[in-house]
Design a protein around this ligand. Structure first.
Ligand SMILES: *Cc1c(COP(=O)(O)O)cnc(C)c1O
Length: 468
């Protein structure tokens, strides 16, 4: 399998060449040259597989530069019941006939980002060792991504993590999750500013190409192809649990921000997984819902980006969306470049043609949006009707799923976080404290390892220099 950019550069790369990369050199995102097709016999063969072995089968269609036995060992080391809580790894929780949650948030940080990041940790360690190299991951986080990266990379050979977060602005639980890590290769830096200040520092450091090269600075952001690929697996796993026969179709409703999660669903569908609809659920930050309703993609400014009670979906633009648009436009790299590299860059928006818009239905996409009031109502009704407590992001998904459900087609809502992470809104909705998984009851009381710093690029550089 070879990978190309969405912006027309025809250079073909192999999996391990793009594993440690972010954007392609022309500013595009990487996609495989074509999607491997999975036939009926293969689906039947995969039906009985354990999650790690299913992951191996899917990964091996896309990765031909890691020996099969090594790749299988990596998948088996990653997807264990010890790390993900159950042997199914992503078990279904049935709400009623034809409606279920697929649990993706039983990993170490209680959010679905662990599903991909845990694999990335294993792949990075493997590839860096093979090359005899080291990597210093520099990132900015307001919560989920940073903690998932730290739990994936902790104790890994050849990798250090420097994670910037806005001082005092994450929830006490999120701070405790990150700052209680005592691993020598994990460095928490709390910046006396807001999330944007953290991101600006990361950009400034990465734009210093000499520093970047000398100190081997890398990232683990959501556009990384390996992260997306890892997420394809749970669409298959969810489908197999929800069906008996390959003739059945299933729909997925996906709480969305950067379009990474649901883009993996698109890939699964392109491979031939019998998916009826892929429903994109947004919160008040409805960039994606707007596109699927009217064919206009419009990036929001910071004044128009709302801080909501499903904060991991508070986006101003959807960084993985370009991948789907590239496919929608018949893989026309020049046109994709004109839309994302030029129109979005200059006018902050683009509009696709009526003919292009009409093609979207053929890809199964539908969408909807949810508000704070919807979240509260959905958390309450899910608890009252089914006795199941859901988090705010999953509530956005369930709200939209109920609107988009079709008779005779099972709807799976991806559960992207556990309620324990968003206790304040659960309190607001139900006046109860969400239970915490065993071992996390007193996490706030653990000793913290964090360095507080002003908004100062030089101090962050000095810190990296003296800790590699
Ligand atoms: C990151 C995140 C999302 C959004 O996922 P995307 O891949 O960015 O669409 C939704 N819910 C939770 C809990 C998350 O952490």
């Amino acid at each position: 399998m070879r990978y190309v950019s969405t912006r027309g550069d025809k250079t073909e790369r192999r999996f391990c060449e793009i594993l440690l990369e972010g954007l392609a050199p022309d500013g595009g995102l990487y996609l495989p040259l074509q999607y491997p097709k999975v036939d009926d016999a293969t689906l039947s063969k995969w039906r009985g597989l354990a999650y790690a072995d299913l992951a191996f089968e899917i990964l091996s269609l896309y990765i031909d530069d890691i020996p099969a036995e090594d790749l299988r060992a990596i998948a088996r080391r990653t997807y264990t019941a010890e790390v993900f809580g159950t042997p199914e790894i992503t078990p279904l929780k049935t709400l009623e006939p034809g409606l279920a949650l697929e649990a993706l948030s039983n990993g170490p940080t209680l959010a679905f980002k662990d599903m991909a990041m845990q694999l990335l940790g294993q792949l990075f360690e493997y590839e860096l060792k093979r090359r005899g190299e080291t990597l210093n991951i520099l990132g900015a986080t307001s919560g989920d991504t940073g903690s998932a990266a730290e739990y994936a990379m902790r104790g890994k050979q050849g990798v250090n993590v420097f994670m910037l977060s806005p001082h005092g602005r994450m929830s006490p639980f999120q701070q405790a999750q990150m700052f209680s890590l005592q691993d020598a290769n994990i460095h928490n830096i709390a910046i006396e500013g807001v999330f944007d200040d953290c991101q600006d520092i990361v950009k400034a450091v990465s734009n210093d190409l000499d520093f970047k090269r000398k100190y081997k600075i890398g990232t683990v952001n959501s556009i990384n192809w390996a992260r997306l690929l890892a997420q394809v697996v749970y669409y298959f796993a969810g489908y197999f649990q929800a069906t008996k026969f390959n003739s059945e179709k299933v729909s997925f409703c996906v709480p969305s921000g950067n379009f990474g999660n649901v883009c993996a669903g698109h890939v699964a569908r392109m491979m031939g997984l019998p998916i009826a609809k892929l429903v994109v659920a947004t919160n008040e930050n409805d960039v994606l819902d707007e596109f699927f309703r009217i064919g206009v993609y419009r990036v929001r400014g910071s004044a128009e980006t709302h801080e909501t009670s499903s904060p991991s979906m508070d986006i101003s633009k959807a960084s993985n969306f370009e991948r789907f648009v590239f496919d929608l436009l018949g893989r026309d790299g020049a046109r994709t470049k004109a839309l994302f590299g030029e129109a979005v860059a200059k006018q902050g928006r683009f509009e696709i043609s009526a003919e292009e818009f009409a093609r979207i239905a053929g890809y199964g996409f539908a969408s909807g949006r949810s508000t704070h009031a919807d979240r509260l109502a959905t958390i309450r009704s899910c608890y009252a009707s089914y006795g199941v407590l859901i988090d705010t992001h999953t509530a956005d998904g369930l709200k939209v799923a109920l609107e988009q459900r079709e008779a005779g087609v099972t709807m799976l809502v991806l559960e992207t976080a556990l309620p324990a992470k968003f206790a304040a809104t659960i309190q607001e909705a139900l006046a109860i404290e969400p239970p915490r998984p065993a071992g996390l009851e007193n996490i706030e009381a653990l000793p913290k390892r964090v360095t507080v710093m002003p908004v100062d690029v030089q101090q962050v550089k000095d810190f990296v220099r003296s800790h590699v």
